[in-house]
Design a protein around this ligand. Structure first.
Ligand code: RFL
Ligand code: PHB
Length: 389
């Protein structure tokens, strides 16, 4: 088989790239290790920056999103029983969009399938060959049979545990990592959200986040220990703990119900450099991870796809490799800033096991500065809605 761009990974990054390229007449094949249902069963991001929303529209898959999404003009930051709002619109002139990763991934799958896109599921043993040369190829097995795809470029969109990043030799690859000493326990429940904006809550007992997917689907998180497992937390215990970590005014009106999903995510900051090696380009979680506190993971994947897509179009339409040559530099410049925001917001709102009384005072002073300073709120808002591409 031959294609122009072989895309490893059928998560949001891989699907969005494939769909955008298709609209420019550039051929691709997407190789996914799991089934479509498995990918759609992973409950992850919920907040989209305008840059992402615009890419979805450009890819011709924005229709349901535009109809069903919620627009959020700001967010609430709480600490103990105190809270204050930060208006994104007032401080940045922009909003964010609430539309689940599951939904946008479904829209992308539907579009790729309706337009005859080549998606191969259940692939095993994917290997990228000769990425450092002008003629790379990818081998894999499906249903026990060996397959080979020759291509011009390989897009490594296979997430943090994929093979693409590992293909870049250690003599070239440099990795930067910070692992946090806690995780997030998240649940999804078919209950109305407790508030019409997200609530990011600092509490003595640890961080909590009240989020949502739609008018009758809520997403809640609490900071938990890395040794916890979802089975340790009954629904009743989860709700009880959440109520203790958000201001009473919200806890009193919180509507609880059975969880329909419950999982724990460890928190990590991670960046690999460079994001390009020869004809292989890394995108999304394959190249970088942020702790979810700033809602940046999926959004940094989108900016990678933006740069790579434009680089590929420039290459095929104008025979100009400038965009591809500068891909890693452009993508990383934006990613490090999103890493900084995610790291700072995590530090601001979580309880650390080794936190001293002094550290707690510093955290408190920083939250109160954010409450009282227009300039600090502007910095927060500009980062939250997404820095320009
Ligand atoms: P994905 O989604 O991990 O997809 C990678 C795909 O590659 C497949 N794969 C392979 N395929 C073929 N061969 C192999 N060898 C393969 N190895 C892996 C996998 O099966 C998978 O289908 O990466 P992608 O596309 O880069 O997308 C990244 C996003 O999923 C991720 O950044 C976000 O979900 C992060 N995130 C959030 N991001 C936001 O922007 N806003 C949020 O509000 C937000 N909340 C979150 C989050 C992530 C969370 N978790 C669980 C990590 C909340 C949570 C709890
Ligand atoms: C979510 O709704 O899953 C969500 C929202 C905001 C975050 C992280 C996760 O910062």
């Amino acid at each position: 088989m031959r294609t122009q761009v072989c895309i490893i990974g059928g998560g949001p990054s891989g699907l969005l790239l494939s769909q955008l390229l298709h609209r420019k007449g550039i051929d691709s094949i997407v190789l996914e290790r799991k089934t479509r249902d498995y990918v759609l069963g992973r409950i992850r991001a919920g907040i989209l920056e305008t840059g992402f929303v615009e890419l979805m529209r450009e890819a011709g898959v924005g229709e349901r999103m535009d109809r069903e999404c919620f627009i959020h003009e700001g967010t609430v930051i709480a600490y103990g029983n105190e809270e204050f709002g930060i208006s994104f619109r007032e401080h940045s002139g922009r909003d964010v969009v609430v539309y689940g990763q599951t939904e946008l991934t479904r829209d992308l799958y539907d579009a790729r399938e309706a337009e005859g896109g080549k998606l191969v599921f259940n692939v095993e043993d994917v290997e990228i060959h000769d990425a450092g040369t002008g003629s790379p190829f990818v081998t894999y097995r499906v249903d026990g049979a060996e397959q080979r795809i020759d291509c011009d470029f390989v897009a490594g969109c296979d997430g943090f545990h994929g093979v693409s990043r590992q293909t870049i030799p250690l003599t070239v690859r440099r990795e930067y990592e910070k692992v946090y000493p806690f995780g997030w326990l998240g649940i999804l429940s078919e209950t109305p959200p407790v508030h019409d904006e997200l609530i990011y809550s600092w509490s003595e007992r640890g961080f909590a986040l009240c989020s949502m997917r739609n008018a009758n689907l809520s997403r809640y998180y609490i900071q938990c220990s890395l040794s916890d497992s979802p089975a340790d937390w009954s629904d009743a215990a989860f709700w009880e703990e959440l109520k203790r970590r958000i201001p009473e005014a919200h806890a009193d009106v919180l509507i609880t119900g059975p969880s329909i999903e419950k999982s724990i995510a460890p928190l990590r900051s991670f960046v690999t450099e460079p994001m390009r090696w020869g004809r292989l380009f890394l995108c999304g979680d394959a190249a970088h991870i942020v702790p979810p506190t700033g809602a940046k993971g999926l959004n940094t994947a989108a900016s990678d796809i933006h740069y790579l897509y434009h680089g590929l179009v420039q290459f095929y339409e104008e025979r100009d490799a400038e965009g591809l040559d500068r891909y890693s530099e452009k993508a990383l410049a934006r990613i490090w800033k999103a890493e900084r925001f995610s790291w700072a917001t995590t530090n601001l709102l979580h309880r650390y096991p080794d936190q001293s009384e002094f550290d707690l005072k510093m955290q408190r002073a920083e939250i109160e500065f954010l409450r009282s300073s227009d300039a600090a709120q502007t910095v927060f808002a500009q980062n939250y809605v997404g820095l320009p591409y």
